[in-house]
Design a protein. Structure first.
Length: 122
C-alpha cells in the first residue's frame, strides 16, 4: 500500500514509473487541488494506492475509512483504465481520502467485488 500525504510525496510518486492511467488520475487530482493555493495538500487530501496483497483492514487502520462498509460511504466511485477510484470526504472542511485500486486478480477479492458491484450500478 502506497500512501501519499504531502505534495512532496505526490511529486516523488509522479516521478516514478507508474501505470499510465494511475499517473493520469494522480496528475488530475494534483492539478485540481492546485486551485486551492491557500491550503497545503495535507489539508485537502491523502491518497492510498492499493497493491496486490494489501488487506482492507490496513487501509482502515491508517485512514479511518471502512472501505468494506456496504452501503459504502464514498462520495463517488469511478473507473479509469483498469483502476477504481474511490473518494471519501471525512470532514466538514472537505478533507478526504482518494483510494486507488487496480483491477487485478491478485488484489483482495472483497475490495474488487465491492467496486465492481457498485460501479456497475452507477
Amino acid at each position: 500500500m502506497k500512501m501519499i500525504r504531502s505534495a512532496e510525496e505526490l511529486t516523488r510518486v509522479l516521478a516514478s514509473n507508474l501505470d499510465p492511467p494511475l499517473r493520469d488520475i494522480l496528475e488530475g487530482h494534483r492539478d485540481r487541488l492546485a486551485e486551492y493555493a491557500d491550503y497545503s495538500l495535507e489539508e485537502l487530501a491523502s491518497f492510498c494506492i492499493v497493491e496486490p496483497g494489501d488487506q482492507p483492514q490496513a487501509l482502515q487502520d491508517v485512514s479511518g475509512v471502512n472501505i468494506l462498509k456496504d452501503p459504502p460511504d464514498w462520495e463517488y466511485i469511478d473507473r479509469h483504465g483498469g483502476w477504481y477510484e474511490l473518494a471519501f470526504v471525512l470532514s466538514d472542511h472537505g478533507f478526504g481520502w482518494i483510494v486507488l485500486i487496480p483491477d487485478l486478480p491478485s488484489v483482495d477479492g472483497r475490495l474488487l467485488g465491492l467496486c465492481r458491484r457498485h460501479f456497475a450500478g452507477t
